[in-house]
Design a protein around this ligand. Structure first.
Ligand SMILES: Cc1cc2nc3c(=O)[nH]c(=O)nc-3n(C[C@H](O)[C@H](O)[C@H](O)COP(=O)(O)O)c2cc1C
Length: 370
């Protein structure tokens, strides 16, 4: 029986060779938004895995929309040139047909934070904190800075920034952009009644709360050629009473599909400081299934999917169309090679590393014999 994980999938105008996606992962290693040598080696390493879809980290569409001082951005010519420089070698070592994209985001009220390994949390004025923005003047947590509520002109500026960043992604030669509508960042902040207390056309009803992400999707789609596709990541629930729900996520996914968005990555949480997440293997997969069935759009499942067998089973059961891996593929960028031998797929390694495949096969077969 052939492997579901290694069955090609069509997204936009691309036929992607397998259903393994590298999830977007911030590296906190950029220089004023520009990718550095760290990104060159990191993206090459992930691309060598043979994964079919590689999504570059949350990238600020404007400077103040970066999560931290060292997050990537696409707000300047220098940022554009740096990402193009890092993309080229990654493409050269990737599997034929693999697609590369960037997650475009705006960190909103959760911008201006310290690097996680220095403790995270908001920057202090001494650390050059900057003024954050959000749908309303409601901080992420009581001890976080109060964001400035965006006015109409501010919202227009954000939409224009998404479009400009998408145009840069096109010039760089990326295949897709992913709108970051998750994890408590600006687009999610507008979606969620916890952070959006507006009474104008951008707040209140779900139709109003989703207006920003839908407007951004429409504008970005219109700015890109058909040869590029657009996806989105959503937090399917806020994991607190009175927060954004999966039923609402299904409606948002339907509206995004109508704007030409071709996949949803079903994540969760990040907008409520008191969220209670029932962490465990595959804990978000049901959201991907519900959005897939409710909105009729391909979904990427993500979250504690760690073994090839788990990934294969969830695809085979029709619970999602792709899987995205973050920590597992960071820990083992050869995960897809092992998966191929375990599941009967075809591994892809760059020719320089081909001789190592017999070793990987030996490991997998030996493990099976135990
Ligand atoms: C180092 C690291 C950086 C991350 N950065 C991002 C990001 O830029 N954008 C995003 O949507 N999620 C980000 N995430 C979340 C992952 O994409 C993923 O949703 C989450 O880690 C759960 O998947 P996993 O269990 O396979 O790690 C990050 C996760 C890690 C571990």
């Amino acid at each position: 029986m052939s492997s579901a994980l290694f069955t090609p999938i069509r997204l936009g105008e691309f036929t992607i060779p397998n259903r393994i996606a590298v999830a977007p992962m911030c590296m906190y290693s950029a220089d004023d938004g520009s990718a550095t040598d760290w990104h060159v080696q990191h993206w090459m390493s992930l691309a060598m895995s043979g994964a079919g879809m590689i999504t570059f980290e949350a990238t600020g569409v404007e400077r103040r929309g970066r999560i931290s001082m060292n997050c990537t951005g696409l707000y300047s010519d220098a940022n554009e040139a740096a990402m193009a420089r890092a993309l080229a070698p990654a493409r050269r070592v990737a599997a034929p047909g693999a697609v590369f994209g960037v997650q475009l985001g705006h960190a909103g009220r959760k911008a201006s934070t310290q690097l996680p390994w220095l403790g995270g949390g908001p920057l202090t004025p001494e650390q050059d904190a900057w003024q954050t923005v959000g749908p309303s003047a409601v901080p992420f947590a009581p001890d976080w800075p109060v964001p400035e509520a965006l006015d109409e002109a501010g919202i227009e500026r954000v939409v224009a920034a998404f479009v400009q960043a998408a145009e840069r992604a096109h010039r760089i030669g990326l295949d897709f952009v992913e709108l970051h509508g998750a994890h408590g960042y600006l687009l999610h902040e507008f979606l969620s009644p916890i952070s959006n207390k507006r009474s104008d056309r951008w707040g209140g009803s779900l139709e109003n709360r989703m207006r920003l992400i839908v407007t951004v999707a429409r504008a970005v789609r219109a700015a890109l050629p058909e040869s590029m596709f657009v996806g989105a990541r959503l937090s399917s629930t806020d994991w607190v009473e009175g927060g954004f729900t999966v039923e609402e996520a299904i409606e948002v996914a339907s509206a995004l599909k109508a704007e030409g968005v071709v996949y949803i990555c079903a994540s969760s949480g990040g907008n409520a400081h008191d969220q209670k997440i029932p962490l465990g293997p595959l804990y978000q997969v049901d959201f991907a299934t519900r959005i897939r069935e409710g909105a009729g759009i391909p979904t990427r499942a993500v979250g504690l999917i760690t073994t090839p067998a788990e990934a294969e089973a969830l695809l085979r059961e029709g619970r999602a169309d792709m899987v995205a891996l973050a920590r597992a593929i960071l820990a083992d960028p050869r995960w897809p090679w092992r998966a191929a031998y375990e599941l009967g797929g075809e591994p892809y390694a760059p020719p320089q590393y081909l001789r190592s495949l017999t070793t990987v096969k030996h490991w997998v077969v030996e493990e099976d014999d135990d």
